[in-house]
Design a binder for this molecule. Sequence first.
Ligand code: DGL
Length: 266
Amino acid sequence: MNRHIGVLDSGIGGLTVVKELQRQLPGEDIVYFGDNRNCPYGNRSEEEILSLTMDMLEFMKSEGVKIVAIACNTISTLIDSYKDKYDFPIIDIIRPTVDHIINMNTYNIAIIATEFTIKTGAYEKQLLKKNSDINIINEGSKLLAGLVDAGKFDDSQTKEVIETHINNMSAKGDLYNLVLGCTHFPIVEDVFLSLAPELNIINPAFQQAKAIRQYLHKENLLNDKEQGSLDIYTSGDTEVYSKVIERLNLKNIKGITTHNVNKAAI
Ligand code: DGL
């Protein structure tokens, strides 16, 4: 039986993972949940993030998914707290990206992510464990995920915020390889590149989609159809979704539905 891949994020950012899944696994049906009403998660406490995440995972369970992609770096930093609570596999976005960076054999890497992700040191700890010689520039952003989630892709404020981050990172060291460690950020990758065309951008969405593809292939769980579909659910406004769908050129949308999954108000 063909079952869905579940993808969840605090908002629209996880659609960058959906884009990669549609490219690498065109026959897969995807159910997406974006918690736009409670976004940004990156400025919240660990308890709040976990509680909101469990509500989304319960929704994925009710959809009968075969696997879930945690298409959010912030939520992925807490993977050990929830990954064994369900009978479907849950794949985070950080581990496959760390493996990729290690395979790059580089000694310089910069990571821009939410303040929460940076504070947990999730990327830094995993990278240093595998290569203690690697130089890491960390940059936390308080504003960028919220601006992107509000659909302000080409606004002057978004450009100014990105410019400040690029300047901060350049002041900290040799800025060349840059991980967009928040799934919202690849939506404005063009703004990063317009300000610093020399950057080698690493998009974790590609690595996560690859990890999902490898898992489904290994477990013989791939769909047997040629063209999959995309069902989108959000706890917030559906309007911004139309903008991202166009920007990312997502395909075969079955619907965009407003749906609240929270048991308690946060
Ligand atoms: N998209 C999320 C991430 O990858 C963060 C956005 C937020 O702060 O809610 O970290």
